[in-house]
Design a protein around this ligand. Structure first.
Ligand code: BTN
Length: 325
């Protein structure tokens, strides 16, 4: 999108008609340039009404993140974070990794209105539309080495599940290692990337993406059963409030994890696991599939399966149910 897209979007945020002339004046550009920017918005999936004599109107104005509101909702937890809201970025994880390498402080949180190249686990893309998702990353520095962080993604899953339950969403569960499910469909995911010395200390960039509203096209692209929070029939808080709730829960879980490791969170995680005691298929990175009954997770977050070869622990892979249907 052109740089003028976000200023234009903010002018159109009230959902009312604005004449091309007024917009051109406010944006200090020609009416033709305004028309080009509106076309960019259409290309980005935002619907605009164009009516001769009345101008342009945004049909479904995005809900903006509001930094002041995030801090007001965070209360005392606000002291633990530096929240920066970006209009548009390729990926909050990529941007935060760069800032972390340059010495960014513990607790820096980059949240984006729009990600153009959101990344998921295992090299996948994470798609989100403007205003229809919550996408942010948090930098958390640990004194320990990277080996200590093996259960971190599971711990983050707990923070997300606690948040969604706190705001009234029922039927939330987790899928090893770090998918968050609503009615067994993925509603949020986490991408954790570690920087630092083998012996420690190290820094974790914790990226979280939550679906607030998915279009049919987005669902088709995702390639696995997906859900969004608008389906839950709950009055889900606005994006700023949701971000604040998530940060507050993250602060609690990350402190507990940093002090005592994953072991203290293990039982809570197992109670949240959608497939506890169920037979699943684990797809390993080399393409092999292992069938087994889920026994739980160990103190470092490894998945315990009862397989044909006996009890085995896995630290990589993805649970799939496809091969078992
Ligand atoms: C997954 O489930 O595969 C992980 C998805 C993680 C997506 C989030 S959105 C914010 C942050 N920035 C990224 O590029 N990815 C993560």
């Amino acid at each position: 999108m052109r740089p003028a897209a976000f200023p234009l979007l903010r002018l159109l945020a009230d959902g009312e008609f604005h004449s091309g002339q007024d917009l051109a004046r406010s944006l200090e550009m020609s009416r033709t340039s305004v028309w080009h920017v509106v076309r960019d918005l259409d290309a980005a999936g935002l619907t605009t009404h164009k009516v001769r004599g009345r101008g342009y109107r945004l049909v479904d104005p995005p809900q903006w993140l509001d930094r002041e509101r995030v801090y007001a909702m965070l209360g005392a937890y606000g002291a633990q974070f530096e929240v920066v809201i970006l209009d548009c970025v390729d990926s909050t994880n990529t941007a935060l990794l760069d800032r972390a390498a340059a010495g960014a402080p513990h607790g820096l949180c980059l949240a984006a209105e729009l990600q153009t190249m959101g990344r998921g686990r295992r090299g996948r893309a994470w798609h989100s539309k403007l205003g229809h998702a919550l996408t942010f990353s948090v930098l958390w520095r640990f004194n320990q080495s990277a080996a200590f962080l093996t259960g971190l993604s599971l711990a983050v899953g707990i923070a997300i599940a606690r948040t969604l339950r706190t705001v009234g969403v029922t039927d939330i569960a987790l899928k090893w290692p770090n998918d968050v499910l609503w009615k067994r469909r993925k509603v949020a995911g986490t991408l954790i990337e570690i920087q630092g010395d083998v012996l420690g200390p190290c820094a974790a960039v914790i990226g979280i993406g939550a679906n607030l509203k998915l279009s049919a096209a987005a669902r088709a692209r995702i390639g696995q059963p997906a859900a969004d929070l608008s389906e839950t029939d709950q009055d889900v808080p606005d994006r700023s409030a949701l971000l604040a709730h998530l940060l507050a829960q993250l602060a609690q879980v990350l402190h507990s994890f940093g002090a005592d490791g994953f072991a203290v969170l293990r039982e809570e995680w197992e109670n949240l696991h959608a497939y506890h005691n169920e037979t699943v298929q684990l797809m390993l990175p080399d393409g092999q599939a292992v069938d087994g009954r889920v026994l739980g997770v160990d103190g470092s977050g490894g998945l315990l399966l009862n397989t044909a070869a006996g009890r085995q622990t896995f630290h990589v892979g993805e649970i799939s149910l496809r091969g078992l249907l």
